[in-house]
Design a protein around this ligand. Structure first.
Ligand SMILES: [Zn+2]
Length: 293
């Protein structure tokens, strides 16, 4: 089954919701980056959030980037999503090994440590819109909830989950976001709160065979919801040799000359998908000829 996301509205448009299942794309990210279980969980949760935040974008060229930096061994996470909920991302240190936390769960908060979350929205304005918070727990869902409350004044309930199997493969992954618009009534809010209190973790629901449709029905079934969109979500990097060439050309002749004088082919790689691009000296010479002085 391919990964997908549901975008829905409820209670006369005073509530918006996103529910997504992301097992395959998290698996792809884990395979590309050779992540340990705790790194897979940290990256997978952030990619899942990225899918849902991508679905909030309006313009075709809009991008949203989640950038987490912490003093823990994982050091940081970078995830970018486009308006189709195509996501890409990486962790700074994919080889983190940590004991399980007190609840017997992968210790994402411990891996990230104390730090910041920045949300960078490239929405066609002259400057991107940037919001930043201090991390609450480093568990990501809680941090994003705080981000939406403080930076965007949108009360939200967010769940993000990644279940890693014994062989390090991704067994389940997904999440949801429920957001209250300013006209949400007290009654609506308390109905949602009650549902959230009795809800199991999102990965345990998937384990029981529940679908995003089932989860949406459970959460918002009493509030008159409608599904506005069902979309495929996936991990996709847009890097290419052509793009790397353009970046090299933009360095200018002086810098390229220095690289060529070293006399060695160079190896550049894309952080987002771990793909390597090598350039032999004669290729560099051709780029030099295309570059400005
Ligand atoms: Zn790439």
């Amino acid at each position: 089954m391919t990964d997908y996301l549901l975008r829905a509205t409820a209670a006369n448009h005073s509530v918006r919701a996103f529910v997504t299942q992301t097992k395959n794309l998290v698996q792809k990210a884990a395979s590309l980056h050779h992540t340990t279980p705790v790194a897979s969980a940290a990256l997978g949760r952030t990619l899942t959030a990225g899918c849902m935040m991508g679905a909030m974008l309006k313009g075709e060229k809009d991008l949203v980037t989640l950038h987490i930096k912490g003093d823990g061994p994982l050091k940081g996470i970078m995830v970018t999503a486009d308006h189709r909920s195509h996501v890409k991302g990486y962790v700074y240190n994919s080889q983190v090994e940590l004991p399980l936390n007190a609840m017997g769960k992968l210790d994402v908060g411990g891996a990230i440590g104390v730090g910041t979350l920045r949300v960078i929205q490239d929405i066609g304005l002259k400057e991107p819109y940037v919001g930043q918070i201090e991390l609450i727990s480093g568990e990501i869902a809680e941090d994003l909830t705080y981000y939406f409350a403080t930076s965007e004044q949108v009360p939200s309930a967010i769940a993000l989950g990644v279940l890693v199997d014994r062989d390090y493969s991704i067994r389940q992954a997904g999440g949801f976001m429920i957001q209250l618009m300013p006209d949400a009534t007290e009654e609506t809010i308390s109905m949602i709160e009650k549902k959230l209190q009795t809800l199991s973790s999102i990965t345990s629901l998937f384990e029981k065979g529940q679908t995003p449709e089932d989860i949406l029905q459970y959460l918002l079934g009493d509030l008159g919801y409608s599904i506005l969109e069902k979309r495929e979500v996936q991990f996709e990097c847009n890097c290419s040799k052509n793009r790397v060439e353009k970046a090299l050309i933009s360095l200018g002749q002086k810098e390229l000359e220095e690289i060529i004088e070293e006399g060695k082919e160079i190896d550049l790689y894309c952080h987002f998908c771990n793909k390597h691009y090598t350039f032999a000296i004669d290729e560099l010479q051709q780029l030099y000829n295309k570059a400005k002085k």
